[in-house]
Ligand binder design. Structure first.
Ligand SMILES: *Cc1c(COP(=O)(O)O)cnc(C)c1O
Length: 823
């Protein structure tokens, strides 16, 4: 921050109830997360209420880390006596106070502030703009996608006096939010990237959404946008003084014309500026989204007065890697966190936090880090790096860059240092990597992607990418439909629908799922071994392995009398007995007791108090189709009736659950105590009623192995089934039916996406490979290919071959690497 905060003075202006002495003048950090505190004496802790715990519960933890300055909710006043010798400000809404602090720091900053919003691309535009501008300026940018009510406030508090330009990103999901973000950001230059369908459910129209976003720009001097987005153009033209608008387009008629010509290794961008001067830029990107983002960057840099030759220099540094943290499998059973595209202190902290949230490695936690010379005061930066790596319990620190040699003494003895990336690569065998968790993070000129290339397990180029942000989005969508007290059990059977059960379960634990369920005992054991602590229901347990159920604290489903009898005659290792879920068959005719069994079960359970009824449930047979609605309602009524008999006879109140994903959408008012979410979490709304509100989670990707020019006379693949209609070319892809790319997708039944364009399959799908028609497309060997994801969607592909999305997801072969991404 620019000026240290004095909390008493702040209280004088802001209001609230101040308890304490004089107030410290030393506050240089504000945090909302007690785990991240390093120099407690300099830190102000603001207690925000999280979803699961009250922020004020963490105040004590912060106090233990030497924090003596607090902003707490008024409601938490009674808990203040444990915070000895502290300055405490009690306020109605701590988030508002945090935002007020952010406004103070923003207003102390004298340089220009750029505010960026839009549906897509805002984080990339911000990151790239920062990289290009750093050719000539000390740039501050908000870390990653810190663009929410909290994120923007925390970002604005990080602006320092040495910065010359600040870039802040604003994201909204609901009406009314932008006003507050604008008060913090107060941008002089605005960038409106584009508009899309994200968060549509919360806005009555596209118009409303654009207008809400525009509130960020009401006082900007200039606003940059792409004229080809006609809705934006229309609304801006009517709402803003034309002198403040700076438009660009690939056609003439805008302030800047920026047309693109594809080249062999990238694209040329031809620019005609407002004064009709012309310039040419080159970039290695060829996809339309990146080219749009780059053109926003060019126009912004021109507007900020940067010289075109410096812009070109900056563009050369932009990297093809996108900026999400990616978890990859590495050699020697290591896990890699790839953050090789940029390096700054704020980003390092986020990456270390991400690392801390991964499963505990069997081996070491290793940090490979390049020096950061853009960051101002050198000693302070190296001290901060050393502090962070100690705080996050890094076992082995590897520093790359000449300047590290002056600061070795700050790091633990076993740390290693290399003057450059090449010498690290030469010595990497000496690390004796084995089952380690490795964070690789470097400024781009260090080319740490070479380290990733060396360490990444390269068995097979096909990956199933699991987007954990999308997963959370879908989870929250279902959560919003339900009453707040309704619990959510997530079905993570079958390797979590193919996505990887341990990673997904760990993430669900973090985002607030209440229960998990698997089909078989070994699936539950595996989750426990991977550190999952949520309750786990096992749908079809083999009671021969009762010991495993007990040892691993699993909750078996009991669906027949025999099992229940087995249980009543088993000696229990645990003093508290065992928790079970009873399954009632109300019409699915798969597993479960029927009404006729009722008397028997009740007698048995009545006698055996060591068997505790944790849950009672049934399963709907036709929740996803309107024609079965009457039948489903009858199932739910039957369930309600039988379960009430059980509960009153046994005088207990187990968690009752009945709805799967489709059921939540169709019968949200009949959710009982808990729902069982499955396919919906993966972004498939099986009723096709609310599909547009979900995001696809899994993307199956492979690469082009070879391109072949063929004439229409030649045949392609086994059985000579494939033929081009005209002379053209095909691409052979590194995926086949053994990877789960169904053989029925052959001969044009499916298409894949390459460089943003569709290519139909041609010929039969082979075991490990398949061919697609790429005639007329710009495709190179090694290009990425998307087999499913946003497009083509799972639903489309499943329909093409007469199956359901579940089968496609769970059929992805085990040799396909799973990769997890999280912003
Ligand atoms: C798999 C399963 C679910 C989840 O079904 P989705 O259609 O994927 O939501 C719910 N309940 C039971 C008993 C299941 O077997």
């Amino acid at each position: 921050m620019i000026q240290p905060i004095n909390i008493k003075k702040f209280a004088g202006n802001y209001g609230g109830k101040f308890l304490g002495l004089s107030g410290s003048d030393q506050i240089r950090q504000v945090t909302i997360d007690s785990r991240k505190i390093q120099s407690g004496e300099e830190t102000l802790f603001v207690a925000l209420d999280g979803s699961r715990q009250k922020g004020s519960d963490f105040a004590e933890d912060a106090h233990g880390r030497n924090v003596r300055n607090f902003i707490l909710p008024l409601a938490g006043e009674k808990n203040t006596d444990k915070l000895e010798d502290s300055n405490i400000l009690l306020v109605e809404k701590p988030l508002n106070a945090l935002q007020a602090l952010a406004v103070m720091n923003r207003e102390a900053f004298k340089g220009p502030v750029v505010g960026i919003t839009g549906s897509n691309g805002k984080t990339i535009v911000k990151e790239w703009l920062a990289q290009v501008l750093s050719q000539g300026f000390q740039v501050f940018k908000s870390p990653k996608s810190y663009n929410s009510q909290i994120g923007v406030a925390l970002s604005a508090l990080e602006i320092q006096s040495r910065h010359q330009i600040a870039l802040l990103e604003a994201g909204i999901s609901q009406p009314g939010e932008m006003d507050r973000l604008k008060q913090i950001i107060q941008p002089q230059l605005g960038i409106f990237t584009n508009i899309g369908s994200a968060h549509d459910e919360n806005f009555d129209s596209l118009e409303t959404k654009i207008k809400e976003k525009c509130k960020l720009f009401t006082e900007v001097k200039y606003l940059i946008y792409r004229k080809d987005h006609s809705r934006i153009n229309h609304l801006l033209k009517n709402g803003f003084d034309p002198d403040r608008l700076i438009s660009w387009s690939d056609k003439t008629g805008a302030d800047y014309t920026l047309s693109v010509r594809p080249e062999k290794n990238g694209s040329k961008i031809f620019m005609v500026a407002r004064d009709l001067q012309t310039y040419t830029f080159f970039t290695t990107f060829r996809d339309s989204a990146s080219l749009e983002n780059i053109r926003h960057v060019i126009v912004s840099c021109m507007t900020l007065g940067m010289k075109p030759e410096n812009i070109q220099k900056g563009l050369q540094l932009l990297h093809a890697v996108d900026m999400r943290l990616t978890l990859k499998s590495g050699i020697n059973r290591c896990l890699l966190i790839d953050d090789s595209y940029n390096n700054d202190v704020a980003g390092l902290e986020i990456a270390l936090e991400f690392m801390a949230h991964q499963r505990k490695p069997t081996g070491r936690k290793i940090l490979i880090l390049s020096e950061m010379l853009q960051e101002g005061d050198e000693i302070a930066v190296f001290q901060k790096i050393a502090g962070l790596s100690e705080h996050y319990e890094i076992d082995l620190f590897a520093g790359v860059g000449k300047h590290f040699s002056h600061y070795k003494h700050l790091f633990p003895k076993q740390s290693v240092f290399f003057p450059d990336t090449a010498s690290l690569l030469e010595n990497i065998l000496g690390f004796n990597l084995d089952k380690d968790l490795i964070l690789v993070k470097g400024a781009r000129d260090f080319h740490f992607e070479k380290i990733i290339q060396l360490l990444e397990a390269q068995v097979h180029e096909t990956v199933l990418e699991i987007n954990l942000n999308a997963l959370r989005h879908n989870f929250n969508f279902y959560k919003r439909i339900l009453r707040p007290e309704t619990k959510i059990m997530v079905m993570v059977k079958a390797f979590a629908y193919g996505g990887g059960s341990a990673e997904i379960a760990n993430h669900l634990q973090k985002i607030g799922a209440d229960y998990l369920s698997v089909a078989y005992i070994d699936e539950g054991v595996y989750l426990r071994q991977k550190g999952v602590t949520l309750p786990i229901m096992v749908m079809n347990p083999d009671m021969q392995h009762l010991n495993l159920i007990q040892d691993y604290d699993l909750e078996p489903v009991v669906y027949n009398r025999r099992t229940l009898q087995d249980l009543t005659s088993s000696p229990f290792g645990q003093p508290n007995g065992i928790s079970i879920h009873l399954e009632l068959d109300t019409g699915m005719s798969r597993l479960g007791f029927t009404e006729a069994d009722l008397e028997d079960i009740l007698t048995l359970l009545g006698k055996h108090k060591e068997i505790k009824l944790a849950g009672l449930f049934t399963h709907l047979a036709g929740a996803d189709e309107a024609i079965h609605e009457d039948f489903s309602r009858k199932q739910l009524r039957t369930f309600d009736r039988i379960s009430k008999v059980i509960m009153s006879t046994l005088a207990c109140s187990p968690i009752r659950h009945a709805l799967n994903s489709a059921g939540i959408i169709r019968f949200p008012d009949q959710a009982f105590d808990m729902v069982r979410l499955g396919i919906g979490l993966h972004g498939v709304e099986i009723n096709q009623l609310e599909q547009e509100k979900l995001l696809p989670v899994a993307t199956l990707k492979t690469v082009v192995s070879q391109i072949k020019k063929l004439t229409k006379a030649e045949t392609i693949g086994y059985g000579r089934q494939g033929k081009l209609i005209q002379d053209g070319k095909i691409a052979t892809l590194a995926i086949g039916y053994a990877d789960g790319y169904d053989r029925r997708f052959g001969n044009g039944k499916a298409f894949v996406m390459i460089q943003g364009k569709r290519a139909n399959t041609i010929g039969n799908i082979c075991m490990d490979m398949c061919m697609v028609d790429v005639s007329g497309l710009q495709v190179r060997e090694g290009d990425e290919v998307i087999l499913f994801g946003k497009e083509p969607s799972l639903q489309y592909l499943a329909a093409q071959i007469g199956t359901i999305p579940y089968e496609l997801l769970t059929g992805i072969g085990m040799r396909v690497k799973r990769q997890y991404i999280l912003d």
